[in-house]
Design a protein around this ligand. Structure first.
Ligand code: NAP
Length: 262
Protein backbone atom coordinates (compact mmCIF):
# COMPACT_ATOMS: atom_id res chain seq x y z
CA UNK A 1 0.00 0.00 0.00
CA UNK A 2 2.95 2.25 -0.60
CA UNK A 3 0.81 4.79 -2.48
CA UNK A 4 -2.11 4.78 -0.05
CA UNK A 5 -0.49 5.41 3.29
CA UNK A 6 -3.72 6.84 4.73
CA UNK A 7 -5.41 3.50 3.91
CA UNK A 8 -8.30 5.14 2.11
CA UNK A 9 -10.97 2.98 0.50
CA UNK A 10 -10.06 2.03 -3.07
CA UNK A 11 -12.20 2.33 -6.19
CA UNK A 12 -11.05 0.90 -9.52
CA UNK A 13 -12.55 2.67 -12.51
CA UNK A 14 -12.02 0.32 -15.41
CA UNK A 15 -12.45 2.19 -18.67
CA UNK A 16 -11.51 5.59 -17.33
CA UNK A 17 -12.02 8.24 -19.99
CA UNK A 18 -13.02 11.89 -19.76
CA UNK A 19 -16.77 11.12 -19.59
CA UNK A 20 -18.46 8.89 -17.02
CA UNK A 21 -15.16 7.32 -15.95
CA UNK A 22 -13.54 10.57 -14.83
CA UNK A 23 -16.75 11.90 -13.28
CA UNK A 24 -17.17 8.73 -11.19
CA UNK A 25 -13.52 8.85 -10.15
CA UNK A 26 -13.83 12.46 -9.04
CA UNK A 27 -17.04 11.81 -7.12
CA UNK A 28 -15.59 8.92 -5.13
CA UNK A 29 -12.33 10.77 -4.46
CA UNK A 30 -14.36 13.74 -3.21
CA UNK A 31 -15.97 11.29 -0.77
CA UNK A 32 -12.58 10.13 0.55
CA UNK A 33 -11.58 7.31 -1.81
CA UNK A 34 -8.34 6.81 -3.68
CA UNK A 35 -8.89 5.88 -7.33
CA UNK A 36 -7.14 3.44 -9.64
CA UNK A 37 -7.79 4.47 -13.25
CA UNK A 38 -7.50 1.81 -15.97
CA UNK A 39 -7.48 2.40 -19.73
CA UNK A 40 -5.06 2.09 -22.65
CA UNK A 41 -3.96 5.64 -23.41
CA UNK A 42 -1.33 6.99 -21.07
CA UNK A 43 -1.65 10.70 -21.86
CA UNK A 44 -5.42 10.63 -21.24
CA UNK A 45 -4.95 8.72 -17.98
CA UNK A 46 -2.20 11.09 -16.92
CA UNK A 47 -4.38 14.16 -17.57
CA UNK A 48 -7.26 12.70 -15.54
CA UNK A 49 -5.01 11.60 -12.66
CA UNK A 50 -3.17 14.92 -12.54
CA UNK A 51 -6.46 16.86 -12.61
CA UNK A 52 -7.81 14.80 -9.69
CA UNK A 53 -4.60 15.26 -7.69
CA UNK A 54 -4.63 19.00 -8.40
CA UNK A 55 -8.18 19.27 -7.06
CA UNK A 56 -8.14 16.71 -4.24
CA UNK A 57 -4.51 16.33 -3.17
CA UNK A 58 -1.52 14.12 -3.79
CA UNK A 59 -1.89 10.36 -3.96
CA UNK A 60 -5.65 10.46 -4.59
CA UNK A 61 -5.36 8.97 -8.09
CA UNK A 62 -3.06 6.48 -9.76
CA UNK A 63 -3.30 5.07 -13.24
CA UNK A 64 -2.63 1.65 -14.71
CA UNK A 65 -2.22 1.30 -18.46
CA UNK A 66 -4.31 -1.72 -19.40
CA UNK A 67 -5.77 -3.20 -22.53
CA UNK A 68 -8.81 -5.02 -21.22
CA UNK A 69 -8.77 -7.36 -24.20
CA UNK A 70 -5.59 -8.92 -22.85
CA UNK A 71 -6.25 -11.02 -19.76
CA UNK A 72 -2.65 -10.93 -18.53
CA UNK A 73 -2.68 -7.11 -18.53
CA UNK A 74 -5.88 -7.05 -16.49
CA UNK A 75 -4.45 -9.46 -13.92
CA UNK A 76 -1.17 -7.57 -13.78
CA UNK A 77 -2.88 -4.19 -13.24
CA UNK A 78 -5.09 -5.52 -10.44
CA UNK A 79 -2.06 -7.17 -8.81
CA UNK A 80 -0.29 -3.79 -8.84
CA UNK A 81 -3.37 -1.98 -7.51
CA UNK A 82 -3.58 -4.39 -4.60
CA UNK A 83 0.11 -4.01 -3.81
CA UNK A 84 0.22 -0.22 -4.21
CA UNK A 85 -3.22 0.91 -3.00
CA UNK A 86 -4.74 -2.07 -1.19
CA UNK A 87 -7.84 -4.21 -1.78
CA UNK A 88 -10.49 -2.78 -4.08
CA UNK A 89 -13.75 -1.91 -2.32
CA UNK A 90 -15.59 -0.62 -5.39
CA UNK A 91 -15.20 -1.84 -8.97
CA UNK A 92 -16.80 0.21 -11.72
CA UNK A 93 -16.55 -1.55 -15.07
CA UNK A 94 -17.20 1.31 -17.46
CA UNK A 95 -15.36 0.27 -20.60
CA UNK A 96 -17.54 -0.16 -23.63
CA UNK A 97 -16.86 0.08 -27.32
CA UNK A 98 -18.72 -0.16 -30.61
CA UNK A 99 -18.54 1.00 -34.21
CA UNK A 100 -19.90 4.51 -34.53
CA UNK A 101 -21.61 3.46 -37.76
CA UNK A 102 -23.05 0.01 -37.22
CA UNK A 103 -22.58 -2.89 -39.62
CA UNK A 104 -24.88 -5.77 -40.44
CA UNK A 105 -23.84 -9.21 -39.26
CA UNK A 106 -22.84 -10.15 -42.81
CA UNK A 107 -20.40 -7.23 -42.86
CA UNK A 108 -19.05 -7.94 -39.37
CA UNK A 109 -15.92 -10.03 -39.18
CA UNK A 110 -15.24 -12.57 -36.48
CA UNK A 111 -12.25 -10.47 -35.47
CA UNK A 112 -14.42 -7.39 -34.95
CA UNK A 113 -17.04 -9.35 -33.01
CA UNK A 114 -14.32 -10.79 -30.78
CA UNK A 115 -12.54 -7.48 -30.32
CA UNK A 116 -15.58 -5.57 -29.09
CA UNK A 117 -16.89 -8.47 -27.02
CA UNK A 118 -13.57 -8.69 -25.22
CA UNK A 119 -13.96 -5.04 -24.17
CA UNK A 120 -17.69 -5.11 -23.45
CA UNK A 121 -17.77 -8.42 -21.59
CA UNK A 122 -14.55 -10.38 -21.11
CA UNK A 123 -12.80 -7.48 -19.35
CA UNK A 124 -15.65 -7.31 -16.83
CA UNK A 125 -15.46 -11.06 -16.19
CA UNK A 126 -11.72 -10.88 -15.57
CA UNK A 127 -11.85 -7.67 -13.51
CA UNK A 128 -14.58 -9.10 -11.28
CA UNK A 129 -12.53 -12.24 -10.66
CA UNK A 130 -9.61 -10.04 -9.61
CA UNK A 131 -11.56 -8.09 -6.97
CA UNK A 132 -14.08 -10.61 -5.63
CA UNK A 133 -11.73 -12.55 -3.31
CA UNK A 134 -10.88 -9.42 -1.30
CA UNK A 135 -14.53 -8.30 -1.26
CA UNK A 136 -15.58 -11.70 0.05
CA UNK A 137 -12.84 -11.64 2.68
CA UNK A 138 -14.04 -8.19 3.79
CA UNK A 139 -17.73 -9.28 3.49
CA UNK A 140 -18.19 -5.95 1.75
CA UNK A 141 -17.82 -4.53 -1.75
CA UNK A 142 -19.63 -2.93 -4.67
CA UNK A 143 -19.44 -3.84 -8.35
CA UNK A 144 -21.17 -1.60 -10.87
CA UNK A 145 -21.30 -2.35 -14.61
CA UNK A 146 -22.16 0.38 -17.10
CA UNK A 147 -24.78 -0.69 -19.61
CA UNK A 148 -26.28 0.95 -22.69
CA UNK A 149 -29.51 0.88 -24.73
CA UNK A 150 -27.95 -2.10 -26.55
CA UNK A 151 -27.89 -4.05 -23.26
CA UNK A 152 -31.62 -4.64 -23.57
CA UNK A 153 -32.47 -4.31 -27.25
CA UNK A 154 -30.81 -5.90 -30.23
CA UNK A 155 -30.94 -3.56 -33.20
CA UNK A 156 -29.61 -3.63 -36.76
CA UNK A 157 -25.93 -2.77 -36.98
CA UNK A 158 -25.06 -3.68 -33.39
CA UNK A 159 -24.00 -7.31 -33.81
CA UNK A 160 -20.49 -6.68 -32.51
CA UNK A 161 -21.73 -4.57 -29.57
CA UNK A 162 -25.04 -5.74 -28.15
CA UNK A 163 -24.13 -9.38 -27.49
CA UNK A 164 -21.33 -8.25 -25.19
CA UNK A 165 -23.58 -5.74 -23.42
CA UNK A 166 -26.36 -8.34 -23.02
CA UNK A 167 -23.73 -10.65 -21.57
CA UNK A 168 -22.57 -7.97 -19.17
CA UNK A 169 -26.11 -7.62 -17.85
CA UNK A 170 -26.29 -11.37 -17.38
CA UNK A 171 -22.94 -11.42 -15.59
CA UNK A 172 -24.18 -8.73 -13.18
CA UNK A 173 -27.22 -10.87 -12.34
CA UNK A 174 -25.10 -13.98 -11.89
CA UNK A 175 -22.55 -12.35 -9.57
CA UNK A 176 -25.48 -10.88 -7.63
CA UNK A 177 -27.00 -14.29 -7.09
CA UNK A 178 -23.67 -15.90 -6.27
CA UNK A 179 -22.28 -13.30 -3.87
CA UNK A 180 -24.88 -10.74 -2.78
CA UNK A 181 -25.63 -12.77 0.35
CA UNK A 182 -21.90 -12.64 1.17
CA UNK A 183 -21.82 -8.85 1.17
CA UNK A 184 -21.12 -7.93 -2.46
CA UNK A 185 -23.56 -5.47 -3.98
CA UNK A 186 -23.67 -5.74 -7.77
CA UNK A 187 -25.58 -3.26 -9.91
CA UNK A 188 -26.09 -2.91 -13.64
CA UNK A 189 -26.65 0.71 -14.63
CA UNK A 190 -28.23 1.20 -18.04
CA UNK A 191 -27.27 4.51 -19.57
CA UNK A 192 -30.22 4.88 -21.90
CA UNK A 193 -29.09 7.74 -24.10
CA UNK A 194 -26.10 9.73 -25.27
CA UNK A 195 -23.63 11.05 -22.70
CA UNK A 196 -22.13 14.52 -22.83
CA UNK A 197 -18.59 13.21 -23.11
CA UNK A 198 -15.85 14.27 -25.46
CA UNK A 199 -17.06 12.45 -28.57
CA UNK A 200 -20.87 12.42 -28.44
CA UNK A 201 -21.08 15.75 -26.57
CA UNK A 202 -19.02 17.65 -29.12
CA UNK A 203 -20.58 15.97 -32.16
CA UNK A 204 -24.06 16.76 -30.83
CA UNK A 205 -23.16 20.38 -30.03
CA UNK A 206 -21.68 20.92 -33.50
CA UNK A 207 -24.82 19.46 -35.08
CA UNK A 208 -27.05 21.76 -33.03
CA UNK A 209 -24.86 24.74 -33.95
CA UNK A 210 -25.17 23.89 -37.64
CA UNK A 211 -28.93 23.55 -37.29
CA UNK A 212 -29.30 26.73 -35.19
CA UNK A 213 -30.81 24.82 -32.25
CA UNK A 214 -30.33 27.59 -29.69
CA UNK A 215 -32.75 26.16 -27.15
CA UNK A 216 -30.89 22.85 -27.10
CA UNK A 217 -27.50 24.53 -26.85
CA UNK A 218 -28.72 26.53 -23.85
CA UNK A 219 -30.11 23.48 -22.07
CA UNK A 220 -27.79 20.64 -23.00
CA UNK A 221 -28.53 18.73 -19.81
CA UNK A 222 -32.18 18.39 -20.77
CA UNK A 223 -31.13 16.42 -23.85
CA UNK A 224 -27.96 14.52 -23.07
CA UNK A 225 -26.82 12.81 -19.89
CA UNK A 226 -24.25 14.73 -17.89
CA UNK A 227 -21.33 12.68 -16.53
CA UNK A 228 -21.38 14.46 -13.16
CA UNK A 229 -25.06 13.64 -12.75
CA UNK A 230 -24.30 10.04 -13.69
CA UNK A 231 -21.57 9.96 -11.05
CA UNK A 232 -24.12 10.82 -8.36
CA UNK A 233 -25.97 7.63 -9.27
CA UNK A 234 -22.87 5.45 -8.96
CA UNK A 235 -22.29 6.97 -5.51
CA UNK A 236 -25.95 6.45 -4.60
CA UNK A 237 -25.72 2.77 -5.61
CA UNK A 238 -22.57 2.28 -3.56
CA UNK A 239 -24.03 3.89 -0.46
CA UNK A 240 -27.43 2.17 -0.47
CA UNK A 241 -28.47 0.51 2.77
CA UNK A 242 -28.11 -3.24 2.64
CA UNK A 243 -31.83 -3.70 3.23
CA UNK A 244 -32.52 -1.99 -0.10
CA UNK A 245 -29.97 -2.80 -2.78
CA UNK A 246 -30.68 -1.95 -6.42
CA UNK A 247 -29.63 -4.63 -8.90
CA UNK A 248 -30.53 -2.71 -12.04
CA UNK A 249 -31.31 0.88 -12.80
CA UNK A 250 -31.80 2.87 -15.98
CA UNK A 251 -31.39 6.58 -16.60
CA UNK A 252 -32.07 8.97 -19.45
CA UNK A 253 -32.25 12.71 -20.03
CA UNK A 254 -35.56 14.50 -19.62
CA UNK A 255 -36.03 15.02 -23.36
CA UNK A 256 -34.73 11.74 -24.69
CA UNK A 257 -32.70 11.80 -27.87
CA UNK A 258 -32.01 9.25 -30.57
CA UNK A 259 -30.28 6.47 -28.67
CA UNK A 260 -33.28 5.81 -26.48
CA UNK A 261 -35.42 5.32 -29.58
CA UNK A 262 -33.35 2.32 -30.61
N1 NAP B 1 -21.03 7.89 -24.42
C1 NAP B 1 -22.29 7.58 -24.59
O1 NAP B 1 -23.05 8.32 -25.23
C2 NAP B 1 -22.84 6.33 -23.95
C3 NAP B 1 -24.22 6.04 -24.08
C4 NAP B 1 -24.72 4.90 -23.46
C5 NAP B 1 -23.88 4.07 -22.75
N2 NAP B 1 -22.54 4.37 -22.65
C6 NAP B 1 -21.68 3.45 -21.92
O2 NAP B 1 -20.86 4.23 -21.04
C7 NAP B 1 -19.58 3.63 -20.92
C8 NAP B 1 -18.50 4.60 -21.32
O3 NAP B 1 -18.69 5.86 -20.73
P1 NAP B 1 -18.22 7.17 -21.53
O4 NAP B 1 -18.76 7.09 -22.92
O5 NAP B 1 -18.55 8.34 -20.71
O6 NAP B 1 -16.66 6.92 -21.69
P2 NAP B 1 -15.41 7.44 -20.81
O7 NAP B 1 -15.66 7.21 -19.37
O8 NAP B 1 -15.07 8.82 -21.24
O9 NAP B 1 -14.27 6.50 -21.36
C9 NAP B 1 -14.30 5.09 -21.35
C10 NAP B 1 -12.89 4.63 -21.62
O10 NAP B 1 -12.86 3.21 -21.79
C11 NAP B 1 -11.58 2.95 -22.31
N3 NAP B 1 -11.49 1.69 -23.05
C12 NAP B 1 -12.10 1.35 -24.20
N4 NAP B 1 -11.62 0.19 -24.65
C13 NAP B 1 -10.68 -0.21 -23.75
C14 NAP B 1 -9.80 -1.31 -23.67
N5 NAP B 1 -9.74 -2.25 -24.62
N6 NAP B 1 -8.95 -1.40 -22.62
C15 NAP B 1 -8.95 -0.44 -21.66
N7 NAP B 1 -9.77 0.63 -21.69
C16 NAP B 1 -10.61 0.74 -22.73
C17 NAP B 1 -11.25 4.10 -23.29
O11 NAP B 1 -9.93 4.59 -23.03
P3 NAP B 1 -8.69 4.13 -23.96
O12 NAP B 1 -9.15 4.29 -25.37
O13 NAP B 1 -7.60 5.04 -23.58
O14 NAP B 1 -8.41 2.72 -23.61
C18 NAP B 1 -12.27 5.18 -22.92
O15 NAP B 1 -11.70 6.44 -22.74
C19 NAP B 1 -19.59 2.41 -21.84
O16 NAP B 1 -19.86 1.26 -21.08
C20 NAP B 1 -20.70 2.72 -22.82
O17 NAP B 1 -21.25 1.56 -23.41
C21 NAP B 1 -22.02 5.47 -23.23
Amino acid sequence: MSHNTQKKSVIAVVGAGPGIGEAVARRFVAEGFVVALLARTEDKLQTIAQGIEADFGKSTARYYITDLRIEQQVISSFTSIRAELGPVEVLVYNAGARRVNGRSILDTTTEEFENFTKINLFGAFRSSKCVLPDMLAAKHGTIIFTGAPGSLRGMPGLSSFSPGKFGLRSLAQIITREYQSKGVHVAHLIVDGPVDGKLIGSVTRRKWEREGEEEKLNEVDVYILQPTDMAKIYWFLHTQSRSAWTQELDVRAQKETMLSKL
